[in-house]
Design a protein around this ligand. Sequence first.
Ligand code: PSU
Ligand code: MN
Length: 304
Amino acid sequence: MPDPLLEFSPDVLAALQNGGPVVALESTIITHGMPFPQNRDTARNVEQAVREGGAVPATIAILGGRIRIGLSGGQLDELARSRSAMKLSRADLAMAVSRSATGSTTVAATMIIAHLAGIEVFATGGIGGVHRGAELSFDISADLQELGRTPVAVVCAGAKAILDLPRTFEVLETLGVPVLAYGQDEIPAFWSRRSGLAAPLRVDAVADIAAFMQARTSLKLDGGVLIANPVPAEHEIPADQMQVFIEQAVAESAEAGITGKAVTPWLLGRLAELSDGRSLVTNQALITHNARLAAELAVALAAR
Ligand code: PSU
Ligand code: MN
């Protein structure tokens, strides 16, 4: 019996009822991660990539207080144009529901809803994590704790390189979150394939990820699994080039007094300016690439 709070699109509901493959998609990247119309076009391309992979895309958002799992073309367009949508994580999700507000879901909130809905696989661009200077600001994304507790497999291109990557992966290890690098020995760094950090675990095939997830279920291990899928080489921005822009953007954000929820969207916007739009093109490419891998994983899990 599905939760009465959840409203499924007809294709997502049918797939879930038949045990078919479904991939959850987040919406903060639409409302706060990219400008219009690139956000709308990317959201459509990502859904298309999931369909081409043989799975049903379930973009998740709160529209007028209703939890939507799977958006119509019109709903997606409206969200992409919205300038007032709330950015919802674990802490504020219930406020959008109780106030009948519209908001997009971060990685943390998307995991919560995907799990309520019975969806095991979720594709995003990059997770949030430990911000640079967190020893003073204490700014650590709620995405990390969520990965520690909610059993959803999250396919990403690593953590966004605006973060303190070594500390982000230390926290994930502490929380017991497996980090599987796909097809390489290093953790990818979102816009770049390399981070200089050795991957805790490596997998080279989707069947191995599915088997790993099944073994975790048998062991009654809760919490998420993070699959770090490197951006395709033709779309990457080498880490040393990106580093220059990141350092400038982070310094400017501190000077401008940007804090809290605004930090990640502000940095992503500033990096797109500093890189002449290249960071945005790479972001679009990597999330579509992640959607393909997530679809393949959902298909493998549905075939069990
Ligand atoms: N990945 C992207 N763009 C984004 C995000 C991820 O390519 O905008 C969003 C995700 O929703 C992630 C959020 O959960 O940024 C992290 O925000 P914060 O650092 O405030 O937790
Ligand atoms: Mn934060």
